[in-house]
Design a protein around this ligand. Structure first.
Ligand code: ADP
Length: 592
């Protein structure tokens, strides 16, 4: 990635986000041009000021010159303000559009992408990189609009006074070219590095804030602070180098200007001493060149600024250009109606080199409850991820009533499932919002029914604001059992034909478990239900039990079949019986 791509990046930004604002941008550019040209008018006033007013002593010229100069500054005041307001607004609007597009796109990207890109780093791209970019392009536009016009206007004045003097003033320009190119590459690399470090810093912050209790309990405060500080030091180094690189060009312009002045002073000064030129001419020329100096430096600075922006654009585009691999098909098939039969055939799935499912075959009959049991790491939760297409297998078929899951639109497919899992994702909103989610037109009766059904009503009275109590970040204001009941209420309200329960009652005590189990049993009636449960007490009532081990099904049948068989299930059962989780009838013991 070298600067050869810079024009492409600029074109992308223009077409995608700026072109639609061309009207305010054109007006802003007009204002900038007026602001820039006004300096030329001011410089050209020096000639009548010196020659007519000071040297000839013409009083009428004093007033004309004064009025023009005053007019110039009034005009500048109005145009510079207008231009800034217009630009600030376009910068904000286009940044907001870009952020919204990034968020939309990020939500479509697969689990693999999100595993490779931690949340903090993504937040930094959506927030930090867009902010860096928004600031820079408006600066660049101001530079081009105002400063470029200033420089042209001022050089026009200088040329009219004496084209030879102008050439002499530009004697140092060739010195600029090759260092400028080097500086650009350097700045882009440093800016990219600094943005990457910023991403790592945000990741650290995200992890520390989310793991605050773990940090405190393991006394990691110092360790985390040191790690963060090391990143901060690296960032200081990268930013300082980028700033030094950026400052390189204006510095070169300083040197160039010095040489120009020296040349003009010697060459022009001699002509004035010899009476070939007037003092007014020299002053007009001198003012024009002096005034051109600042905008010229700023223009020089733009190349560096642009390189920093390009580093951010590259990072933003890298996200937007990543295509999700898990997509809706081009011509989706309608989802099956009612509770479907779920069929998984010969599925192989690996995460990197780790083979998680090795030829999995599993059938969950329509409208019945199938329990999946097996040691942790066997791949049980992965089955749920496959059904809802959070991940696709490398090979094999997954069908719902014969329709492959990959043939349906993703939205239609996911609409078929209600998932209640051990790590319920609650949002930092009210309990009501967490249950209703984005569903429109939920009546109070429906809501009351699910609150009772999921036993949310039981703990609601103890909450200060009832259903309008906040759930806290990630649901932290609730206990594990309360969170699970909220998730069950969500599932009840959702009323989907397939129910996936992943350790849905694991965070409940045995009394609450019995109560919630009743709610789940009612919920699963008439639906195809898959249950993952560690406690075998919760699965014994299932129509079928499937035992998984190392990514394969090793046994299946009813509780009684499997017990009679004396295989893995019977062993697991005996173990739970022995450690006291179950009583003689295979039911959970009180208080366990
Ligand atoms: P179970 O639910 O039976 O405990 P899982 O289906 O959660 O098992 O996980 C099965 C295996 O897949 C585990 O060994 C786990 O380490 C691995 N695994 C799950 N998700 C990922 C992932 N995103 N990346 C890498 N490995 C994963």
């Amino acid at each position: 990635m070298t600067q050869a791509r810079a024009p492409r990046l600029a074109r992308w930004l223009w077409r995608g986000y700026l072109a639609r604002h061309w009207r305010p941008l054109a007006l802003a550019l007009l204002f900038m041009a007026i602001e820039g040209a006004s300096l030329g008018v001011f410089a050209s006033m020096m000639e009548p000021m010196f020659d007519r007013v000071f040297v000839e002593g013409a009083r009428d010229a004093l007033w004309t010159v004064g009025a023009v100069v005053m007019g110039v500054f009034l005009l500048r005041a109005v145009t510079s303000m207008g231009q800034r307001i217009l630009l600030a607004r376009v910068a904000e609007v286009s940044s907001a559009d870009l952020r919204a597009d990034m968020l939309r796109h990020l939500m479509r990207l697969d689990g693999a992408f999100h595993q490779a890109n931690p949340p903090g780093a993504l937040i930094e791209r959506v927030q930090g990189d867009v902010a860096a970019l928004g600031k820079v392009w408006s600066n660049i536009l101001t530079g081009l609009g105002r400063d470029a016009v200033s420089v042209v206007a001022l050089f026009t004045v200088a040329l009219t006074v004496d084209w030879r003097w102008t050439l002499v003033a530009l004697i140092g320009v060739p010195l600029l070219i090759s260092p400028a190119l080097m500086v650009q590459r350097f700045v882009r690399a440093r800016a990219r590095q600094s943005r990457e470090i910023a991403g790592r810093m945000s990741t650290r912050l995200d992890e520390v804030f989310h793991g605050m209790a773990a940090v405190k309990l393991n006394r990691l405060e110092r360790h985390q602070a040191d790690r963060f500080d090391r990143l901060a030091q690296d960032r200081i180094a990268a930013e300082t180098r980028a700033a030094a690189g950026q400052a390189g060009i204006p510095a070169l312009i300083d040197v160039m200007t010095g040489l120009g002045f020296l040349g003009v002073l010697i060459y022009g000064g001699t002509q004035i001493i010899e009476g070939e030129k007037t003092l007014g001419e020299f002053m007009a020329f001198f003012t024009a060149i002096s005034l051109a100096f600042e905008p010229l430096r700023r223009l020089g600075n733009l190349t560096g600024l642009w390189q920093a922006a390009a580093a951010s654009i590259e990072r933003i585009k890298a996200i937007l250009d990543t295509e999700p691999t898990l997509k809706s098909p081009a011509n989706p098939v309608a989802a099956p109606e009612g509770a479907p039969e779920i069929r998984i055939e010969g599925v192989h799935l690996s995460y990197g080199d780790t083979e998680v499912l090795r030829g999995l075959d599993l059938v969950a009959p329509a409208g019945q409850t199938t329990a999946i049991v097996g040691p942790s790491g066997a791949g049980k939760s992965t089955v749920f991820h496959l059904l809802t297409r959070l991940v696709d297998p490398q090979s094999g078929r997954i069908t719902l009533d014969g329709v492959p899951v990959t043939a349906m639109a993703l939205d239609d497919l996911r609409e078929l499932f209600s998932v209640v899992s051990q790590d319920t994702a609650l949002f930092d909103e009210t309990l009501r919002d967490n249950i209703v989610l984005n569903r429109a037109g939920v009546s109070q009766e429906e809501l009351d029914e699910v609150l009772t059904g999921a036993h949310v009503a039981d703990f609601l009275s103890a909450m200060p604001q009832g259903l309008d109590s906040p759930a806290g970040p990630r649901g932290s204001a609730l206990s594990g059992g309360q969170r699970q009941r909220i998730a069950i209420a969500r599932a009840l309200l959702r009323n989907a034909p397939v129910l996936l329960l992943d350790e849905a009652t694991s965070a409940l005590d045995s009394h609450a478990e019995a109560v919630v189990q009743g709610a789940l049993d009612r919920l699963s009636r008439g639906r195809t239900t898959l249950v993952i449960a560690h406690r075998l007490s919760t699965v014994r009532a299932a129509d079928r039990i499937v035992v998984m081990e190392a990514g394969r099904v090793v046994e299946q049948g009813t509780h009684d079949d499997l017990m009679a068989r004396g295989g893995t299930y019977a062993t697991l059962h005996a173990m739970q019986f022995r450690d006291g989780t179950l009583n003689e009838e295979g039911r959970p013991k009180e208080g366990s």
